[in-house]
Design a binder for this molecule. Structure first.
Ligand SMILES: *Cc1c(COP(=O)(O)O)cnc(C)c1O
Length: 429
């Protein structure tokens, strides 16, 4: 069997990249729990090591279970190739490691997952990669941040934790003017709600841990190469892409691999040498999860809209920040960037501030208080005391995680039970 090129999203989510196992006929993709692969002979081994032939050598670099997940993600995002990794953070790390040299800069919208703010401000500094912060609600702030050392632009499509829908085409314009790739973290939207490539992204990164896996059982990440950036024609020198690679007999990746050059360089240089490989078992669980992505995402988005509307009618609620609400200042952008819905993660504030937030969160019974999003289960967190705790006060507020903020990630449960739980917890405030 093979997937028609006209296959729609829900069909792609179930089938892309997978074939029945040629040896056993197994219909589900097997977990290839192996470290290494037998070579046909010495010449075959030499061709694999030299990248003259595609094939498996060692599971740090490629694995057949991982390969199906990669093909599935590339197809869903409309990209040319993908690389699955141990975590979302590993995906960001390898994406930047493939692009940047010490002393280079990249511009990032400051409305980001708290862990990404830490990664950029602290871990990346040790490599000499300098983040320059901009405001994701103001594309002109990205333009003002461009310098001769700028080598990439980064933002989330729907920003965690505030659920802000970002003006990707405007930010893509800035990246184009600067001659650098736009990297979009599409974790909260997933390709079901938004395909960043359609709005000018060159590279998409994911935490598969969240909605793609969708069941809160495995950590994983991915880089998707959209195949759109012209490395050879760029006025900047991206050395991993355009310089002869000393460890591959002087091969120039952008010449040899064309639109897949970035994904391949990130794999055979970055992943090979730095090592954050995904386990075959996690790749299998994430692959199982992605099959139901469109069903879960639509249900969670519909539930989230119903919860946001209900919260808006409650006298103890100070504000609700959900781009799916017609009253939101972010609503018109949401209609343009992710018209199927604003996702399942959003924030609201209680009139009683910090104290009320703590009482409310403690009173929930169906919702789990934990540091994750995108599970089938409804989740709640108080970002100021958890995910965004390590940040400075001003960074926290700028990221949409002030002291009164409660973040919800709405699950697939029955909406009556979700609202019932919120109602009883609110009554105790
Ligand atoms: C969770 C998350 C990450 C980090 O992913 P891990 O899989 O936890 O490493 C990055 N970006 C966003 C938007 C996230 O929600």
């Amino acid at each position: 069997m093979s997937l028609p090129t006209t296959a729609k999203f829900a069909t792609t989510a179930v089938h892309a990249g997978a074939e029945p196992d040629p040896t056993t006929g197994a219909r589900a993709t097997p977990i290839y729990q192996t470290t290494s692969y037998v070579f046909n002979d010495v010449d075959h081994a030499a061709a694999l090591f030299g990248l003259q032939a595609f094939g498996n050598i060692y599971t740090r670099i490629t694995n057949p279970t991982q390969a199906v997940l990669e093909a599935r993600l590339a197809a869903l995002e409309g990209g040319s190739a993908a690389l699955a990794l141990a975590s979302g953070h590993a995906a960001q790390f390898l994406a930047f490691q493939t692009l940047l040299e010490p002393g280079d800069e990249f511009i990032a919208g400051r409305q980001l997952y708290g862990g990404s703010i830490n990664q950029f401000n602290h871990a990346f500094k040790k490599f000499g990669w300098n983040v320059v912060w901009a405001d994701a609600t103001d594309p002109a702030s990205f333009a003002r941040a461009v310098t001769p050392r700028t080598r990439a632009v980064f933002c989330e499509s729907i920003a965690n934790p505030g659920g802000l829908v970002v003006d990707l085409p405007a930010i893509a314009d800035v990246a184009k003017q600067a001659g650098v790739p736009l990297i979009v973290d599409n974790t909260l939207a997933t390709p079901y709600l938004c395909k960043p490539k359609d709005f000018g992204a060159d590279i998409v990164v994911h935490s598969l841990t969240k909605f793609i896996g969708g069941h809160g059982n495995s950590i994983g990440g991915a880089i998707v190469d959209c195949g759109t950036f012209d490395w050879l024609g760029s006025r900047h020198r991206y050395s991993s892409l355009i310089e002869p690679s000393p460890s591959y007999n002087g091969m120039v990746f952008a010449e040899t691999f064309g639109p897949m050059a970035f994904a391949i360089a990130a794999r055979v240089l970055g992943l090979r040498d730095l090592g954050p490989a995904i386990s075959p078992f996690n790749a299998f669980l994430l692959l199982t999860g992605v099959e139901t992505l469109p069903l879960r995402m639509q249900r969670q988005t519909d539930n989230a809209l119903a919860v946001a509307r209900w919260l808006g009618t409650q006298s103890k609620v100070a504000w609700v920040n959900y781009a799916g609400l017609e009253t939101s200042s972010n609503h018109s952008l949401q209609q343009k960037i992710c018209p199927k819905g604003a996702g399942a993660v959003f924030t609201f504030g209680l009139k009683g501030g910090y104290e009320a937030g703590v009482t409310f969160v403690s009173g929930l019974k169906l919702f789990s208080l934990l540091a994750n999003i995108g599970d089938t289960r409804s989740l709640v967190i108080h970002p100021a005391s958890t995910t965004h705790r390590q940040l400075q006060d001003d960074e926290r507020s700028a990221a949409g995680a002030g002291p009164d903020v409660v973040r919800l990630s709405i699950g697939i449960e029955d909406i009556d039970d979700i609202i019932g739980d919120l109602e009883q917890a609110l009554a105790a405030v």
